[in-house]
Write a protein that binds this ligand. Structure first.
Ligand code: PMP
Length: 404
């Protein structure tokens, strides 16, 4: 039994009001709210453990290091990676993609080499490749989609050439909710001897992810979207790939030894972790991953699926709503327009009713161009959302529509 009301009690913010209305938080795609245990973990570490990690001989430093490295093991287990050497802590998905584009680009790409992305990528999986294009003259190829928001796998296969060096594709679209068949896409890429990076920012919070079962070469997610703190995320990479990549940033932690003549680099995963890591953040991230694991990623996914189906049915009932994305496999993200009402007006008026939705292009302007629109309103669900909240959204939309 999924007891959503019991789970809601874990999230203090959910009991606050906005303009005297109960908060209905439907902006989980942008960031999720934090359960008390996650914030407590941060407070506890700052109040009773805090010291810089690694190479410390004193008690607190050793304890902080233990917590930090235990967190890496929690992430490894959560993603089912083979080794903690494959878990790089970053600032989030964006930094993970930038790290990969820089290091992979340095090691393996030269002018005319190609990376394949999809039309539904977040800007964070487009712009780093464009920076590499500016630096090295690489070529970016784009997988198209159909009007339901499903990638065209036949077209995808046709994009491969002897110059293809990497596929970089989103697992779940933050706009359409499409769950891309990444396992199949990875199989196809591997047939061409091409490695694959998967942007899991919108997948990890909503479904079990097993990087070995997917056979992903690289996989990234952000802590703050999976009920963890801001400022910390992960890049998973197969050890044999990470071994071959040069460091991304230089500084403390990532070195073996330094002299003015010659510097050697640290082993994995530290080679990619220059400077003081967000060790409090990693402890809190591990706490968040334990929290969602205890509920069960399947249970969370099933609940959000039920909410999404319910919301889609209710949208249909009221009519005059255009939902963008109708893939056979879809997650709990609903991007929509209501009549001719501008999405900013819709979002602003819903806000006055205490309902938080995101409006705009959702950092996916090329996708907006493909859809022929400027933006949408977007409701994205989290583990604590309820059908009553969906009803409040529907009532809110009806009310806004009457005003126009
Ligand atoms: N990829 C996708 C699919 C996303 O939805 C987001 C966040 N909206 C990102 C990448 C970037 O994540 P972050 O801002 O946490 O780095």
């Amino acid at each position: 039994m999924y007891d959503v009301n019991k789970l809601r009690e874990d999230f203090p913010i959910l009991s606050r009001t906005i303009y005297n209305k109960p908060l209905v938080y439907f902006d989980n795609g942008a960031t999720t709210q934090k359960p008390r245990v996650v914030v407590d973990a941060m407070v506890n570490e700052y109040y009773s453990v805090n010291a810089n990690v690694h190479r410390g001989v004193h008690f607190l430093s050793m304890r902080a290091t233990e917590l930090h490295e235990e967190s890496r093991e929690v992430v490894r287990n959560f993603l089912n990676a083979r080794s903690t050497n494959e878990i790089i802590f970053t600032r989030g998905t964006t930094e993970s993609v930038n790290l990969l584009a820089y290091s992979f680009g340095e090691a393996f790409m030269k002018e005319g080499d190609e990376v394949i992305v999809s039309v539904m990528e977040h800007h964070s999986n487009i712009v780093p490749w464009q920076l590499l294009r500016d630096r090295k003259g690489i070529v970016i190829k784009v997988i198209p989609m159909n009007d339901r928001g499903e990638l065209l796998l036949d077209e995808y296969e046709k994009l491969f050439s002897p110059r293809t060096k990497l596929v970089s594709v989103v697992h779940v679209s933050n706009v359409l909710g499409t769950i891309n068949p990444v396992k199949q896409m990875i199989e196809i890429a591997h047939k061409h001897d091409v490695p694959v990076f998967v942007d899991g920012a919108q997948a990890v919070p909503h479904m079990p992810v097993d990087v070995q079962a997917l056979d992903a070469d690289f996989y990234a997610f952000s802590g703050h979207k999976v009920y963890g703190p801001t400022g910390v995320g992960v890049l998973y990479g197969k050890e044999n790939w990470l071994d071959k990549l040069p460091p991304y940033q230089g500084g403390g932690e990532m070195i073996g030894s330094v002299s003015f003549e010659r510097t050697t680099y640290n082993e994995l995963p530290y080679k990619f972790e220059a400077g003081t890591p967000d060790y409090v953040g990693t402890t809190a991230l591990a706490c968040a991953l334990r929290y969602v694991s205890a509920i069960g990623m399947d249970a969370i996914g099933n609940w959000e699926h039920e909410l999404t189906q319910y919301a889609l049915r209710r949208f249909e009932e009221i009519g005059d709503i255009r939902v963008f994305g109708n893939a056979a496999e879809r997650g709990g993200v609903l991007s929509f327009q209501v009549g001719n009402i501008h999405h900013f007006d819709l979002g602003t008026l819903l806000d006055r009713l205490g309902i938080a939705v995101r409006t705009g292009h959702h950092c996916a302007q090329p996708l907006m161009q493909r859809l022929g629109i400027e933006g949408t309103a977007r409701a994205s669900f989290g583990l604590y959302n309820t059908k009553e909240e969906v009803d409040a959204l529907i009532a809110g939309i009806e009310r806004v529509r009457k005003m126009f």
